[in-house]
Design a protein around this ligand. Structure first.
Ligand code: PLP
Length: 360
């Protein structure tokens, strides 16, 4: 049966991307060797790394003066590397969910050791992160303002590059390449690859070179962005296979018309599903309408139908939906509509919701 993959991450990838990766696992670059068994120092893999960096820069229209890195350690390691490398005295954070909270916590470790100050400018925790705080001031004496552009768990999203006097830093793990970004406003953009780029195992980091080398604390070699900039993401053995898959995804984005086309695609899929959630008497969305994410659509059964939760889950599962269970901190359902997901899958979910409504 055709499966419709709504997992939040690792998550759906374009089929052609998976096939090209599978081919390379069997025979990489006509070397008669697997991608899994070649040296990352081979000229063939160097070409993959170079093309991945160049394609990333092209797709996001990254200006001069920035480096793109592919590292290990996940977005979770960036929660610590960012403040360690970029917070001289003070940094501001917006708390919009679990991942922001984690980022703030890691910045707190830098505060403890180096006497810096992490300021939380606003939080939406009072309403279980169902909205994006609007009224807050970003102090002008901070080294950067950090936010999570898309809250994978709660389904809220910030689709603008804030205007402020300080550089931005964003965790774009779950919405990278789903809209154009004005990279010139950022000192750093980072994220795990396992949603809109490839399999788990690599982390992209876009870093403004001028932002580095400003702090005087000693940095462990692996945690120093300059190490990875100098060595072109090859200071230590890079995650060869995930980087290869990320390149295939980015080539597919280019073929499809780049991030503008992806933005349009994301909008169409999300609009279709939210329209059904708002129309269907059984369901309701969990977040403020204006803050709804295009990547992670969270919804629950209306109170009077709450006992149908397991029934709907089974009903949808029988029709090929996978990964629609909501995160335990929200409950209900979450349909992740990453770039690799086809409209056909969204329509299959909508049809399941309509058929289920007819039954009740
Ligand atoms: N940030 C966001 C927005 C995420 O959705 C996730 C994982 O789902 C993370 C950070 C953590 O990423 P990783 O598992 O790569 O450390």
């Amino acid at each position: 049966m055709k499966k419709h993959n709504f997992y939040a991450g690792p998550s759906v990838l374009n089929r052609g991307v998976i096939e090209r990766t599978a081919d390379a696992v069997l025979n990489f670059a006509d070397m008669d060797l697997s991608l899994l068994e070649i040296s990352h120092r081979s000229k063939q893999f160097q070409a993959v790394m170079d093309e991945a960096v160049a394609t990333f820069k092209e797709l996001l229209d990254i200006p001069e003066g920035y480096e793109v890195l592919f590292l290990g350690g996940g977005a979770s390691l960036q929660f610590y590397m960012v403040p360690l490398n970029l917070m001289g005295k003070k940094a501001a954070y917006l708390n919009t969910g679990t991942w922001s909270t984690n980022a703030i916590k890691q910045a707190g470790f830098v505060d403890k050791v180096f006497g810096t100050e992490t300021v939380v400018v606003a939080s939406s925790e009072d309403k279980n992160f169902t909205y994006i705080p609007k009224n807050f001031t970003i102090p002008e004496d901070v080294d950067y303002f950090h936010y999570t552009s898309n809250n994978t768990i709660y389904g809220t999203e910030i689709r603008k590059d804030f205007d402020c006097k300080v550089p931005l830093v964003a965790d774009m793990s779950s919405d990278i390449f789903s809209r154009p970004v004005d990279v010139s406003k950022y000192d750093c953009i980072y994220g795990g690859a396992q949603k809109n780029m490839g399999p788990a195992g690599t982390t992209f980091v876009v870093i403004r070179k001028d932002a580095l080398g400003k702090i005087d604390r000693p940095l462990p070699t692996m945690l120093d962005y300059q190490t990875h900039v100098k060595k072109g993401s090859m200071f230590n053995t890079p995650p060869v296979l995930p980087i290869y898959t990320c390149l295939q995804t980015m080539k597919w984005y280019k073929e499809m018309g780049g991030v503008k086309a992806m933005e349009q695609r994301a909008k169409e899929k999300a609009d279709a599903l939210y329209t059904e959630i708002d129309r269907n008497k059984l369901f309701r969305g969990t977040v403020e309408a204006e803050d709804r994410s295009r990547m992670n659509v969270c919804f629950v059964l209306n109170d009077e139908y709450a006992e149908l939760q397991d029934d709907f889950f089974n009903f949808a599962t029988e029709r090929g939906m996978v990964g629609i269970k909501g995160h335990r901190s929200v409950g209900g359902f979450r349909a992740s509509l990453y770039n690799g997901l086809e409209m056909e899958s969204v329509q299959a979910l909508i049809k399941a919701m309509q058929d289920f409504e007819k039954k009740h």
